[in-house]
Design a protein around this ligand. Sequence first.
Ligand code: GDP
Ligand code: IMO
Ligand code: MG
Length: 423
Amino acid sequence: MAINLLLGLQWGDEGKGKIVDVLTGDYDIIARFQGGPNAGHTLIFDGYKHVLHTIPSGIFHKTAVNVVGNGVVIDPVIFKRELDNLDKFDIDFTTKLLISRKAHLILPTHRLLDAASETSKGKAKIGSTLKGIGPTYMDKTGRNGLRVGDLEMENWEEKYKALTKKHIRMIDYYGVKLEYDIAELEEEFNEGVKRLKELTFIDSEEYLNNALKNGKSILAEGAQGSLLDVDFGTYPFVTSSNTTAAGACTGLGIAPNKIGDVFGIFKAYTTRVGSGPFPTELFDEDGATMAKVGHEFGATTGRPRRCGWLDLVALKYAAQVNGVTQLMMMKGDVLSGFDTLKVCTSYKYKGEEISHLPYNIEPENVTPIYSEFKGWQADLTQMTTKEELPQNLMEYISFIEKEVEVPIKIVSVGPDRKQTILR
Ligand code: GDP
Ligand code: IMO
Ligand code: MG
């Protein structure tokens, strides 16, 4: 049995949560492999909207087991809030939500360090979600981090105090003014830890590999997007984990030869939240229309998302780095009503036309070159079969498939679970 991966190919918020929820019926296990509560995965069904940050998006299906893998960073405070929000659903968390002992913990002081670092950068800030992601992964790779498994150890308090003390000295080093009450933050943290400890902690690599041996099907859920990958994204304006396919191997303890399909999710246009280069970004009416019709506000921070045309140079790059076998195109409905659509097919870079993503994609280095397409006027949101999709949309889809050399298997035409067309 193989494990399939589902990941975002742009700068996040492609609609991963929705599609994981749609696909969960086909899987025994859904496993998140990286990122933390910087993620906001939206699910809409039965007239309700749910935003998940750490909990995998298969949680609403009674049949699936959800695993938070070792590559994830967990903030017990946010985790408790997520669990509290789900209380009304009568989910047996002790059997349906399993937590890797090797997942790292976000401490209150990691959040403060994130804020101190961002403030000290001024205009050059990353635009982080301020959830403590960077500092927590820094402690992980710096071999100072605290993990879920440490909560079961007798010296937990001692370890916690030592790391927090160090962090407070580091916050002072930044020399920025931060208002905080550490006692209050710790009280909230301890409440979160108490709730977290009611769940089942597992050696997740063992659990997942045994599940595969026993013929169970697993879907690995990514967070963020490929262009936010710490190695392959628009560094330094990235997150601190490997959001690409390789991250699923290290984030779950699954060997590369166990990976089956890689589902790559992308929006029919492009969005980005936070700072950093974005070659096809629009500052005109068209961008404003995408933002308005697509309700482009961050699910975690509420910040407006920057919008622009689809960038095939970046999409091809992401498909290659991830070994994408199937594409899923989201939010096609948002483009209904445009007379003309543009798709970036190459860049002008230092006087030359190039079709790969160069080292530096800052606006002064890169000008997008576009192909134009006729738009479609029909409202897609009530459509349920591929035969109903307008001809001009089919041409848009065919062009993307030909360029990326990967078939588009799902066309999403609205945020609801049901607004999903299989091809
Ligand atoms: P994720 O982080 O990749 O899970 O994506 P987010 O949940 O942050 O952002 C995607 C947003 O688009 C959410 O508000 C979804 O409800 C919404 N959405 C998902 N698919 C579609 C779609 O096909 N059409 C429209 N209009 N909205 C969608
Ligand atoms: P999902 O899983 C969109 C962005 C932040 C910032 C940069 C670094 O919902 O797609 P961090 O807090 O990770 O240090 O922030 O990454 N970012 C996201 N943008 N979707 C996300 O997750 C994101 N997670 C982080 O805006 O630019
Ligand atoms: Mg999101």
